[in-house]
Design a protein around this ligand. Structure first.
Ligand SMILES: Cc1cc2nc3c(=O)[nH]c(=O)nc-3n(C[C@H](O)[C@H](O)[C@H](O)COP(=O)(O)O)c2cc1C
Length: 193
């Protein structure tokens, strides 16, 4: 399997998920290929402690959002797949409808047509029916909708802990092993009928 993963950040809140994925991929010696939308760049400044340049420096390669001739625009550029984290409702809609007007949506379309793993981490609330229908469309063609909902059953002790676990679970969708504590079960005797 290719060690390359395309990582796209779009303009939803939750830039830290894409950033943490880039950090983890670097630690695990996977090759990250980054695309930032214009709105992602705004939100990195708005909500993260990173500069856009610092995020770009985490990746092995970076491409312009409008550069629809860059390597990820072709299926001949082999990858293990692509993750969009966070994924705005706009980008979700474009992916669901095969509108490939920028490099993020083109690369997502290519990932789907090549039957590679495409993971979207959509972030919006509340969701309207258009959002839900778009998620269903993407699921129907093999994409994975992986909303960054935190889990609490593992008793996280910090926001970083929540983000790390979400990122690790996301990479496991690409069969990338990250060392995190597996659920070891609990007594079901107290569970309701
Ligand atoms: C501070 C901020 C937070 C936003 N959060 C969200 C969000 O959580 N979900 C969403 O779908 N759009 C959100 N948006 C709107 C998107 O950035 C906007 O729709 C943009 O056009 C998405 O473009 P892109 O998908 O090319 O990045 C937010 C915008 C700003 C400025």
């Amino acid at each position: 399997m290719s060690q390359r993963i395309i990582v796209a950040l779009t303009g939803a809140t939750g830039q830290i998920y894409g950033i943490r994925l880039l950090e983890l991929l670097a630690e695990l010696e996977y090759e990250s290929h980054l695309i930032l939308s214009r709105a992602a760049k705004l939100n990195i400044k708005q909500e993260s402690e990173y500069s856009v340049e610092a995020v770009q420096a985490l990746a092995d390669a970076e491409y312009g959002y409008k550069d629809v001739a860059a390597p990820p625009s072709s299926g001949s550029f082999e990858t293990a797949g692509m993750v969009i984290a966070p994924c705005s409702m706009k980008t979700l809609s474009n992916v669901a409808h095969g509108s490939s007007g920028n490099l993020i949506t083109r690369a997502a379309d290519v990932t789907l047509k090549e039957r590679r793993t495409l993971v979207l981490m959509p972030r919006e609330k509340p969701l309207n029916k258009i959002h839900l229908k778009n998620m269903l469309e993407v699921t129907d063609v093999g994409g994975i909708i992986n909303p960054p909902f935190p889990s609490f059953y593992n008793n996280p002790d910090s926001i970083d802990d929540i983000i790390d676990r979400t990122a690790a679970r996301t990479l496991s969708l690409f069969d990338i092993d990250v060392d995190f504590e597996e659920w070891s079960g609990m007594s079901a005797e107290e569970a309701p009928e």
